[in-house]
Design a protein. Sequence first.
Length: 267
Amino acid sequence: MKIAIIGCGNMGMAFARAFLKFDLVKKEDFLLVEKSPERMESLRGFQPGVLTGIIGPQIADYDLVILSVKPQDYSLVQESLRSVIKPGQVVFSIMAGIPISLIQQTLNHQEVIRAMPNTPAMLGMGITAYAASPEVDMNQLRKIENLINATGRSVFLEDEAQLDAVTALSGSGPAYFFYIVKAMIEAGKQMGFEESVASLLVKQTMLGSFHLINTADRSLDELIKAVASKGGTTEAALRQFEEGGTADSLIRGIHAAQQRATELSNG
Ligand SMILES: NC(=O)C1=CN([C@@H]2O[C@H](COP(=O)(O)OP(=O)(O)OC[C@H]3O[C@@H](n4cnc5c(N)ncnc54)[C@H](OP(=O)(O)O)[C@@H]3O)[C@@H](O)[C@H]2O)C=CC1
Ligand SMILES: O=C(O)[C@@H]1CCC=N1
């Protein structure tokens, strides 16, 4: 399969590297389009078949065109892509918020898949939800699913509208996790630990706790209860979180992310 990637930043290259790792695509079968001169320079080491700063007619030679620019940059991309894209090519967008119908309309092109991955895709541990226009056939869809699975796990959504919520939950989710880890390390520093020690204590706690969630035959409430002894230290912390509205605040934040995804679709 020959793949063109437009916007070769964090996510575009996470996908490219995952495809390479599983031998799904050869290096010479990549066309990388990147605007940033610094990024272009670093992409030379990847040795793609074609590395360019502009969208040109050679795009028509590629089976799949991945759109991985920021949603705000899409209007410029569509202006040049519209005249070179050909029927039969599949457009695969990971841009937050931009609906399939808008991509179809702006590119005058019907075969479109919209997906929402997350940064653990860089390690092959991502989760990607995706939806497809009816014009994408089963054969195309199967090939795309194989590609996505090189970056981790995947969920097909019948209802594209759910992708804004996916964006808020798992797309942005890694940042929420890092935010909580950072706050815990900060608390450790305030209590007198070197950053390295605080970091080790917190990271290993998160890793072990994650495995407990995944393997222990207990609900989250039961897992919390098993840590929080009556009248003990954990209860003191949880009481403070409740009084400060920590869980509510996280939930409100996730709704705000969903709202922002919807705004991005409106330009
Ligand atoms: N980061 C994440 O966790 C996730 C991101 N996404 C989505 O993925 C997309 C990319 O995000 P991310 O990889 O983080 O962004 P990056 O900024 O890392 O990468 C985007 C790249 O596209 C370049 N670019 C902008 N305009 C053009 C153009 N016309 N032609 C070619 N290249 C262009 C940018 O250059 P310059 O910097 O000069 O503008 C930049 O290098 C976004 O739409 C985002 O919504 C989805 C899921 C998770
Ligand atoms: O913050 C963003 O807009 C993108 C989408 C999901 C993660 N990053």
